[in-house]
Design a protein around this ligand. Structure first.
Ligand code: NAD
Ligand code: MG
Length: 398
């Protein structure tokens, strides 16, 4: 049977996930064609990618540099690539009729609207942008169902769980799933004392021991907010209550997550920590393709360790469970506060310990005023949370 080409939009093509996606795609030119690329503002990288992948569209989130992008494309002999800018253009390439698959790899709440557009348009959605599910879990899952989209999780833990669940996955209780176990590396500050945590710098926070990732998710991994966001992500992806989601610290990051069944079986997915594995899985599902990832050498790894997470030192993980218990817009508020807190921390304006503090204060103060029934309400919750968090952080400035 002749293979049909999958036409692909990559939202956030200049980021860590975007680059890994292009790396996998380049290994299989007979299977995948890049239809559209997008980035926030990194023109040079984007033009380089256009030269290599020849998309039909290229979109800049920031419209102020659109003319410059067009000029550069023209100079590079790429004037036939249509360059667009802004939010609507992102939604346009995410839902275009000629697109089969959308890699949602924008970082943060900015990724929500184009990811929703892809779901509504019934695309195969490769979801890296976990913030979409954290902010608008119910709305997004409804959009996937109503749009007839195929949702494949790219976050390594959720991809692992997806691989360990029965397929097709329906009602977890009927299918004998007792709980899922999300593994966490513990991040670069796993062994730190509270005093060391208070003095931790952005440079230390972005040096993850096992994974190479964007700066925001790296800080989230250091605070365990990333694992908290992933608990919320799992709640929606797999329709499981918080009581059936556990977190296990596993410093080697070899087991990417596990599913426990009622007969006592625990299924795990293992691999080297390389995002090209879940990306290739999402691209090729239900088949498998080469991802360029080296084979796992168990003898070199030699041992696997497990620990309880410490929510005293890393309160952000507990905050995520609290957000699920509060329900409504609480996860969206927590997410927005955290984005502001991480940005302020990376700018050197506040300390590492302030991240958890502002997240807790914002969630408890702002969340009650909003519900999660509409995009408008969630957008308003996001904005109110950012205002509250920015004020709080200004008072906390060192
Ligand atoms: P990154 O910072 O490396 O890249 C982010 C991409 O989004 C860039 O292309 C950037 O140009 C674009 N972008 C940034 N702000 C934007 C905006 N306002 N509008 C439009 N585009 C914007 O981030 P990353 O590490 O690749 O992570 C991307 C997403 O994938 C995040 O949601 C993250 O949580 C998730 N994720 C990443 C990893 C990883 O290993 N990097 C693993 C699991 C999940
Ligand atoms: Mg993850």
């Amino acid at each position: 049977m002749p293979l049909t080409l999958q036409r692909l939009t990559i939202l956030g093509s200049t980021g860590s996930i975007g680059l890994s996606t292009l790396d996998v795609v380049a290994r299989h030119p007979e299977k995948y064609r890049v239809y559209a690329l997008s980035a926030h503002s990194q023109l040079e990288k984007l033009v380089e990618q256009c030269l290599q992948y020849r998309p039909r569209y290229v979109v800049l989130a920031d419209p102020s540099r659109l003319l410059e992008l067009r000029e550069r494309l023209s100079v590079a002999g790429l004037a036939d690539i249509e360059a667009l800018a802004g939010q609507e253009a992102l939604e346009y390439i995410a839902s275009h009729t000629e697109v089969d698959t959308v890699m949602a790899a924008i970082v943060g709440a900015a990724g929500m609207r184009p990811t929703l557009a892809a779901a509504r348009a019934g695309k195969r959605v490769l979801l890296a942008n976990k913030e979409t599910l954290v902010m608008a879990g119910r709305l997004f899952m409804d959009a996937v169902r109503e749009g007839g989209a195929t949702l494949l999780p790219i976050d390594s833990e959720h991809n692992a769980i997806y691989q360990c669940l029965p397929q097709p996955f329906g009602d977890s209780a009927d299918q004998g799933v007792r709980r899922i176990l999300l593994t966490a590396s513990g991040g670069p500050f796993r062994g730190y004392t509270p005093k060391q945590l208070a003095a931790a710098t952005p440079e230390q926070a972005v040096k993850h021991p096992n994974w190479s990732m964007g700066r925001k998710i790296s800080v989230d991994s250091a605070s365990l907010m990333n694992k908290g966001l992933e608990v919320i992500e799992a709640r929606w992806l797999f329709d499981l209550p918080a009581e059936r989601i556990s977190v296990v610290v596993h410093p080697q990051s070899v087991i990417h997550s596990m599913v426990e069944y009622i007969d006592g079986s625990v299924l795990a997915q293992l691999g080297n920590p390389d995002m090209r594995t879940p990306i290739a899985y999402g691209l090729a599902w239900p088949e498998r393709i080469d991802a360029g990832v080296t084979a796992l050498d168990l003898f070199q790894i030699a041992r696997l360790d497990f620990e309880q997470p410490d929510t005293e030192r890393f309160p952000c993980l507990a905050l995520a469970f609290e957000a699920l218990a509060l329900g409504g817009a609480a996860p969206a508020v927590l997410n927005a506060a955290n984005e502001e807190a991480v940005a302020a921390f990376l700018d050197g304006k506040v300390g590492f310990a302030d991240i958890a503090k502002v997240n807790a204060a914002t969630m408890r103060q702002v969340a009650v005023d909003f519900d999660a029934n509409s995009l408008e309400s969630l957008t308003a919750a996001d904005a109110a949370a950012r205002r509250f968090a920015v004020d709080w952080l200004a008072d906390a400035v060192r």
